[in-house]
Design a protein. Structure first.
Length: 73
């Protein structure tokens, strides 16, 4: 990376835990998007949204389409 490039900071960290994914919002924009687009009774583990494997890709794609940046870990 050259000195003129600024690293991109993700809005959300996505952790693959096997059968579940954890979506950890890092910015207020990410938290607001989740609040607006995810059902209110969704399961949270600390500050991470718990998502079943079958829904994770669609959620991540919706976030990307909204201009949010996510990073998989």
């Amino acid at each position: 990376m050259s000195s003129s490039q600024v690293p991109i900071t993700p809005d959300i960290l996505v952790h693959n835990e096997g059968t579940l994914f954890l979506f950890c919002p890092l910015t207020s924009q990410a938290k607001e998007w989740i609040d607006e687009h995810v059902q209110p009774d969704a399961l949270w583990f600390g500050n991470a949204l718990v998502v079943e494997h079958r829904f994770a890709w669609g959620l991540a794609q919706g976030m990307k389409d909204a201009g949010l940046i996510w990073e998989a870990r």
